[in-house]
Design a protein around this ligand. Sequence first.
Ligand code: FE2
Ligand code: FE2
Length: 172
Amino acid sequence: MKTYICEICGDAYLGEDKPSQCPFCGADDNFIEDGDIANPVVIQDFDLSEKSLENLQKTLDLEKRASALYSCMASKADSYEVKAMYKRLSKVELEHAAIVCKIMKIEMPEITPEDCSSDDVENFEETIKLEEHASGLYHQFMSDADEKPIQKMFNALERVEKGHIDLIKKYV
Ligand SMILES: [Fe+2]
Ligand SMILES: [Fe+2]
């Protein structure tokens, strides 16, 4: 067994082989390194520009809302599969919020509960809209950033949120 570390969230995966995605934040295997060479974004020390701070705050707000929304959708889903999927999505978005807090060196704020529909199809559509918005925003935030670690983080998140769209589209 080996230790693999996610370059984005900094969490370790223990296993025989590198996972295709980080089980915590969903970053793909391009962002997963052998433990002995990893240098995750969340432990690096670098100065943040005003613009990046502003974009990180927007990201935090968005991720918190997404996490709360998916938690609501999980509670209202009809099938166990959809429930479990939304529960996972909620945890992944919460992890994204945690990554942003670590980079900003702030405590994780409280998550305000969100209301959602009790209709799965409406929730799938809402999810696709939210993820399209997020991935578009992260693409912009990546090009706004001068700091290499911030570019890398937004690049990873954009890809994760795009993956969420592909996942949900299988249901609609
Ligand atoms: Fe990760
Ligand atoms: Fe996210």
